[in-house]
Ligand binder design. Structure first.
Ligand code: ME8
Length: 574
């Protein structure tokens, strides 16, 4: 970590709250997974984190599907909210709360915010005639509607012309304030391609936005009434956005809103989060979020996922993959191959196998079992000696002894002047990981961890400790060289495993159990807190380093190689 001091600002990360008209799919799991990985990584660097997810229940499409399924809206919402909760538990998400917008704690505060905006004149009554997208529950401007030939930009379904008396939020009053926030980076929209889109649309000018719907005869009794006017309901989007605040608007949790706030979502709903929500917050006298991060979409085997094609990757397929390859392999694949940047990502079986073998079985899995096996073979499973992690020319250190062994064995060494400085390499990797984390760049963060594993692999191929081991009798200082080489590999892999743990908490806890690294966290509970911030945990030879005499159980390989010729897992028949 760049500085020894952990960032003391509390960190608050949210996912969208998901509609409960249907069951969860890969998209919902993905956003919540990257929030989980970011939350775990922030906890690892020592920050006080609050991670929120939940469900958006007062939508018209929820009451409609409920009726189709002969349930009341609340019964249907509960069935699906429970499916989301179960899916997120299965994925081992470490959310600190799960909010349902039908809960009183949300409804009461959301009403109070809207009332405040009404009382202040930020919300007013007016006439509205415009295009409504029933599939997204969203009003669109004439320009956007026209651009998409009066079909939904998201689902392609026809838009409806709606004329109604409505309450409006005076978003137009916040144009220049919003421009300032983006100009100063007070609100960061990421990735940058998305920021440009938002700024482009902002330039066209803001209009007041409808925040209510008139209740019609035959409407389900569903949603929150407009304060002071029972003939209107608060428009579901406006109410839903409030969840981010309602859930932490308590004496104990206020510190999270006052800390650093990151909202995650996909690009479909960026406008609400980047424009409407910050303006509402400002009107309420609250700080806007620091980061609004909108990723792209998952598609399935090259094709956009849709209801009509019936090709949604649902949680049961992810469960089938987890059963075969482990949950952490699924988490790893989704996190590193997902649409975190501006481009969509494809869930394809062949790619899954490729990534699994390259990144997991042949990388961290192979390195840890190789090092564990050598410690067993040569030192009866007990780590023999510490070392400062510096190997090289010309100080005649361990590396030279290893190279001598290779020479004796008649093996050529491509570059006998190479040096390895584990401490320096690891410090740089952990600093890069932390810097990337601040930008929610999880791929770079995890790649820093992988770079340590590659460094270890490269070091082992270069100095061939197995060749050295065969010549201990004939070399001066051979045993000491072998000890320092193996210590350095084990210690470097310990540090890499810390950086990998936000994505793969269970597998890394398994490694810590095997290697007796009980001093990092409670290895019997993959979700237990770390005993110190990463800056301290990752110190080479520091208080949490592998110790002399520490036993390393061989254990099973963390990831068995996958056979790409085997058929792809399929969800269990329901
Ligand atoms: O929009 N790829 O809820 P929602 C990646 N309730 N992520 C995807 C995805 C895909 N193909 N499909 C969906 C709503 N997502 C509102 C939000 S927030 C105040 C209210 C994820 O159930 C992604 O995070 O339609 C997207 O933004 C979200 O699900 C939409 O979920």
């Amino acid at each position: 970590m760049g500085s020894d001091q952990a960032n003391q600002t509390p960190y608050y990360i949210t996912t969208p709250i998901y509609y409960v008209n249907d069951r969860p799919h890969i998209g919902h799991c993905y956003t919540t997974l990257i929030a989980d990985v970011a939350a775990r990584a922030q906890r690892l660097v020592g920050r006080d984190v609050f991670f929120l997810t939940g469900t958006d229940e007062h939508a018209e499409k929820v009451s409609k599907t409920a009726a189709e399924n002969n349930k009341t809206p609340y019964e249907w919402a509960t069935i699906n909210a429970d499916r989301f909760k179960a899916a997120f538990e299965f994925m081992n998400f470490s959310n600190d709360d799960f909010v349902r917008t039908t809960e009183d704690r949300h409804k009461e505060k959301a009403s109070a915010y809207i009332k405040q905006l009404l009382d202040q004149g930020d919300i007013e009554l007016g006439d509205y005639e415009g295009w409504y997208d029933p599939s997204q529950e969203e009003y669109l401007t004439e320009m956007v509607a026209k651009e998409h030939e009066y079909n939904s930009p998201v689902t392609g379904k026809p838009l409806e012309k709606r004329v109604e008396q409505n309450y409006f939020f005076r978003l137009d009053n916040y144009q220049s304030w919003l421009e300032e926030q983006f100009a100063n980076d007070a609100v960061n929209i990421l990735p940058s391609a998305r920021k440009n889109e938002v700024l482009g649309r902002l330039k066209q000018g803001l209009m007041k936005v409808p925040v209510s719907r008139k209740i019609k005869e035959g409407d389900a009794d569903w949603g929150i009434k407009m304060p002071g006017d029972d003939s209107h309901r608060i428009y579901v989007w406006i109410e839903a956005l409030c969840n981010y605040l309602t859930t932490v608007d308590t004496v104990e949790r206020n510190k999270y809103w006052d800390g650093e706030v990151t909202h995650l979502m996909a690009k479909d709903i960026l406008w609400f989060h980047a424009i409407i929500w910050p303006a509402m917050l400002h009107a309420l006298g609250k700080e806007p979020p620091k980061t609004v991060y909108a990723h792209a979409y998952w598609i399935a085997e090259g094709t956009k996922m849709s209801k009509s094609l019936g090709n949604f990757i649902e949680i049961d397929l992810l469960q089938a993959y987890a059963e075969k390859y482990s949950l952490d392999a699924v988490r790893w694949f989704l996190t590193t191959q997902g649409p975190l940047g501006a481009n969509d990502a494809d869930f394809a079986h062949a790619r899954f196998i490729e990534v699994y073998n390259a990144d997991l079985a042949n990388s961290i899995g192979n390195s840890t079992s190789r090092v564990g096996n050598m410690v067993h073979k040569y030192f009866d499973g007990t780590v023999p000696a510490t070392c400062n992690g510096e190997f090289g020319f010309p100080d005649g250190s361990s590396l030279q002894t290893a190279l001598k062994a290779l020479e004796n064995a008649g093996k050529a060494v491509d570059d006998p002047t190479r040096t390895y400085n584990f401490q320096e390499f690891i410090n740089e990797a952990t600093t890069n990981a932390t810097d990337a984390l601040a930008k929610v760049d999880l791929e770079t963060m995890l790649d820093s961890a992988r770079s340590i594993v590659r460094y270890v692999d490269d070091f082992i191929s270069y100095c061939a400790p197995f060749t050295l081991a065969k010549q201990l009798d004939t070399l001066d200082d051979g045993t000491h060289a072998l000890q320092s080489i193996l210590y350095s590999c084990a210690e470097a892999l310990r540090i890499a495993s810390l950086l990998l743990s936000p994505a793969m908490p269970e597998k890394m806890a398994e490694l810590w159990r095997n290697w007796n690294c009980n001093h990092l966290t409670d290895p019997n509970d993959p979700n237990s807190p770390f005993v110190a911030p990463l800056a301290e945990l990752a110190q080479w030879g520091g208080p949490h380093a592998i110790k002399v005499g520490q036993t390393i159980a061989k254990g099973d390989a963390l990831f068995m190689r996958a056979d790409g010729n085997e058929p792809a897992p399929e969800p269990a028949a329901v």
